[in-house]
Design a protein around this ligand. Structure first.
Ligand code: GLY
Length: 580
């Protein structure tokens, strides 16, 4: 039976859970959603549409995510793409399993541990030096991990080459540059200008930034996508495209790097067990190492669970203080203990345990902020604005949360000559300093090592209520990602907000430094003064994050809802799955 999809689409934002009518009958706003409804939400309207088109053709959430990514690679080249890496957390309804896919970039085998130190042993300044050029480029994982996810969990109904249709067409024919992309080009103009292939795409003939509304055509990228569609990963990881990547990195005019053909050929996408926890009865699944996202999110939630957050006002000094201190403590542990779990035992089990949270909250004084940095915990046992997020649920009830990145805005700033795609600077997610103390006695778990994956903060997350999927969410934002996802979880669970409200509410984070609050909070003098009186150093932040969120149908209201962050330019589409 042919299905009629009714799409509800809002630029820059919010999808309010409005009731939809089926075609030709019923009144808008009165008819309930049907079983089989689905949603796609991403940071870009064209990408969201491509994902929904694949669902309409019978694809599932994995299939749709690949199509979304291939459009993002073209329409949001500053944030993610085939030259980068990504993580997926996927719920497969049939097997009732949640799987984490790791497509994180890996360090080239021959990279030295002190690659980001200058000759005096000091860390090379992060911007622009550390991130720009070949040195920071890790082996891209995006293509291999999407292929692996498709092979294992795709619907089997949609051929690989179908996923490239919209991306190829956009790259070939062009599209008007969005406000966000124009801003990114302008902001990174000096870096892009260093590399002829980057300059040619993003700057005009006078070397000026292309502007909002200019048509961006990417013929080389279209050809690369076409080749990938036809040949799959081997075309990218071996052969001419691989050779061009290696040449671009090793012969970069700025900071030549270490990537080799062997690194590309040997790259493995990995399925991992997601990290999981329970927050007020809801089961949380998120990304394990090499991301710190899931572990730090769950450790923070475990601490918050010990307090009656739902009885606090979200704008009270009491709540903001608690919320900030819990994040601060969890971040101290993140920075001390986490890295790539394939390169050493990490105390993940201990960090996400309830007893550790009970111990950790003793460091929270209800009246006084921790000054400066918090010390990390000593774990009891050893257990084993760039970036973009996509959330999808399909008609079969599968759910996907995927965060994808090239690290910084425009990554290394290098487009691969003749191939049209931007290479990541993911290796700058490693610690520049190989040790955590002046005596060099504590090796940094996140130090640079050949073959290793740098620690991420990406936190693609699925939440389950009573055994069924309840939410799919995530965000870009580097180390702000964890706090952004945490804000959403607490807004939904403790403050009982709907998707739109949870997304819109101004955010509060702490990354084991000052308390960072979005600008909107500062209108509230009582709150700000109350926090200052507790000793908080407060930093006013412009809006951060670009989160995407789908909430499954609420069994009580029978509503499916989704929201794209009003801080970005994404969209959400909901399909009611109704009959003809
Ligand atoms: N590069 C952003 C992250 O992985 O956290």
């Amino acid at each position: 039976m042919k299905r009629i999809f009714q799409e509800f689409f809002l630029i820059l934002a919010l999808l309010i859970p409005v009731f939809f009518s089926s075609a030709g009958h019923g009144k808008a706003n009165t008819e309930t959603f049907r079983l089989g409804s689905a949603a796609v939400v991403s940071a870009n309207a064209m990408a969201t549409r491509a994902g929904m088109a694949v669902l309409k053709e019978g694809g599932n959430a994995i299939d749709a995510a690949i199509a979304v990514q291939m459009v993002l690679a073209v329409s949001e080249p500053q944030s993610s793409g085939i030259g980068g890496g990504c993580f997926l957390v996927y719920y497969d309804k049939k097997s009732n399993k949640v799987i984490a896919f790791d497509g994180r970039e890996a360090a080239p085998k021959t990279i030295p541990t002190d690659v980001f130190l200058d000759p005096q042993g000091q860390a090379i300044p992060f911007y622009p030096e550390r991130i720009t050029g070949g040195r920071s480029v890790g082996v891209p994982g995006c293509v291999k991990v999407l292929y692996k996810a498709w092979k294992n969990y795709g619907s089997g109904k949609i051929p690989w080459d179908r996923f490239f249709k919209e991306g190829i067409s956009l790259a070939e024919n062009g599209f008007p540059i969005s406000g966000r992309l124009a801003e990114a080009i302008q902001g990174e103009r000096a870096r892009l200008n260093l590399f002829p292939a980057s300059r040619q795409i993003f700057l005009d003939s006078r070397g000026e930034s292309k502007k909002q509304g200019d048509i961006l055509i990417q013929k080389d990228l279209a050809a690369t996508l076409r080749a990938l569609a036809a040949g799959g990963p081997p075309v990218f990881y071996e052969g001419d495209i691989a050779r061009d990547m290696v040449q671009a990195v090793r012969e970069a005019p700025v900071a030549p790097g270490f990537l080799s053909l062997e690194d590309l050929k040997k790259y493995r996408a990995v399925s991992r067990r997601p990290v999981s926890g329970v927050y007020r009865g809801l089961k949380i699944y998120s990304m394990p190492p090499p991301s710190s996202g899931g572990t730090t999110l769950i450790e923070t939630l475990n601490m918050l669970e010990l307090f009656p957050v739902d009885r606090m006002e979200r704008n009270s000094p009491e709540f903001v203080h608690l919320f900030s201190e819990a994040q601060k403590l969890a971040f101290a542990d993140r920075n001390r203990y986490l890295g790539d779990s394939d390169y050493g035992l990490l105390p993940v089990k201990a960090l996400i345990s309830k007893p550790l949270a009970a111990e950790r909250v003793k460091a929270i004084n209800p009246e006084q902020a921790i000054q400066g940095k918090a010390d990390p915990v000593v774990p009891v046992t050893l257990g084993n604005t760039s970036t973009s997020h996509i959330s999808i649920v399909d008609a079969a009830g599968n759910a996907l949360a995927m965060t994808t990145t090239i690290e910084h805005i425009f990554g290394s700033a290098m487009v691969v000559p003749r191939r049209g795609f931007v290479l990541n600077n993911e290796l700058t997610d490693f610690d520049a300093e190989p040790s955590l103390d002046a005596d060099k006695k504590i090796p940094a778990p996140n130090r640079v090592q050949g073959g290793k994956r740098p620690l991420s903060s990406m936190t693609p997350t699925l939440i389950f209520k009573d055994g069924s999927p309840y939410a799919s969410l995530g965000s870009p934002g580097g180390t702000q990602i964890i706090g952004t996802v945490l804000n959403l979880v607490v807004n939904l669970v403790d403050f009982k907000m709907n998707a739109e409200q949870a997304m819109k509410a101004p955010r509060i984070i702490n990354r084991n430094g000052p308390l960072e609050m979005e600008r909107d909070w500062f209108a509230d003098n009582v709150l700000i003064n109350g926090l200052k009186a507790m000793g908080h150093e407060i930093v006013m932040r412009e809006p951060f994050g670009n989160a995407q969120l789908v909430l499954f149908r609420d069994p009580k209201t029978n509503q499916l809802s989704a929201a794209s962050d009003p801080r970005g330019e994404g969209t959400a589409l909901i399909d009611t799955g109704g009959p003809e």
